[in-house]
Design a protein around this ligand. Structure first.
Ligand code: CP
Length: 315
């Protein structure tokens, strides 16, 4: 297998098809290993320390990274809320915090409110930095686990049609996923959003440059029968500057069973989670609902990334 050549993971554009396949193959190995007796990878990172530095709240990303490190035998430095309980609350810059933290840990997983913060941290860090979400910028490890879930379900990513729905303006997951989809053939993306939450021009230009077909539509009902994957997202109240804009956007697109029944039987429903009300609870029981499986896949993909960035391996 080819070499995993990345030192940091801060944006989706760092990945080519070869690197994606290494991550997916390693994630498959990790998934199998968790069921094996004895396990091959249980102590593989036993001398390594991961610092999780989260300046914004998280359930899945933080705990799946911490679980992944524990399941590989490594140790974890963490804080409940880096914004409040680290020296950021005293005015310390991210540059200074990262310069210090890289002396205490072998890898830093960072979530921050500023787009570009993880790349900035990577520039000053002597140890790998993983972007766990940088404001409305990117969430590359979410996109990796999204693709892993799609590949696991359909056995391929080529020739698939997507609807990305909801907060496309501030949604970092849909930005990162859009970038990664350009690596595959014959992809079509429908962007379905309230007017105030449209996908930014930079992503649409990137798709066009990379020959990915995209279209903005306002009717979710119209696209549901056409797509293989419906990727719902939450309208992120915390990122709106204007409460009136938020109120105009919230509740506009809700996937309930009446709408799910418009989808093809073989299609899937994804969501990075957390959800508020954009997917009705009744949908959870439908065979097309993949979002809890998707969250679970985050563990395998993050185990793979930690191993690839920190472990001794030939890949
Ligand atoms: N999907 C995701 O990033 O979830 P958390 O905010 O809970 O980490």
């Amino acid at each position: 297998m080819a070499k995993f050549s990345l030192q940091h993971v801060y944006e989706s554009q760092q990945f080519d098809l070869e690197l994606l396949n290494i991550v997916f193959k390693t994630a498959d190995d990790m998934k199998s290993d968790l069921l094996a007796k004895p396990r091959q990878y249980a102590d593989i990172l036993k001398d390594k320390i991961m610092a999780s530095l989260f300046y914004e709240p998280s359930t899945r990303t933080r705990f799946s990274f911490e679980s992944a490190m524990a399941r590989l035998g490594g140790s974890i430095l963490t804080t409940e809320n880096a914004k409040e309980f680290s020296s950021a609350s005293k005015g310390e810059t991210l540059y200074d915090s990262t310069s210090v933290m890289c002396g205490y840990a072998d890898l830093i997983v960072m979530r921050h409110n500023e787009p570009g913060s993880a790349k900035l941290a990577a520039e000053v860090s002597s140890v790998p930095v993983i972007n766990a979400g940088d404001g409305s910028g990117q969430h590359p490890t979410q996109a990796l686990l999204d693709l892993y879930t799609i590949k696991d379900h359909f056995s391929t990513i080529d020739n698939l049609t997507f609807a990305m729905v909801g907060d496309l303006k501030y949604g970092r997951t849909v930005r990162s996923l859009s970038y990664l989809l350009t690596k595959y053939n014959n992809i079509k993306i429908y962007y379905v959003s309230p007017t105030v939450c449209k996908m930014d021009e930079d992503i649409k230009a990137y798709l066009t440059t990379n020959s990915v077909e995209w279209e903005e539509v306002s009717s979710l009902e119209k696209v549901l029968p056409l797509v293989d994957c419906v990727y719902m997202t939450r309208i992120q109240k915390e990122r709106f500057h204007d409460l009136e804009d938020y109120e105009n956007a919230a509740g506009k697109y809700i996937l309930d069973m009446e709408k799910v029944n418009l989808m093809q039987e073989k299609s899937i429903i994804m969501h990075p989670l957390p959800r508020v009300d954009e997917i009705s609870k009744e949908v959870d029981k439908d065979h097309r609902a993949q979002y809890f499986n998707q969250a679970n896949n985050g563990l395998y993909v993050r185990m793979a990334l930690l191993y690839l960035l920190l472990g001794n391996h030939d890949t």
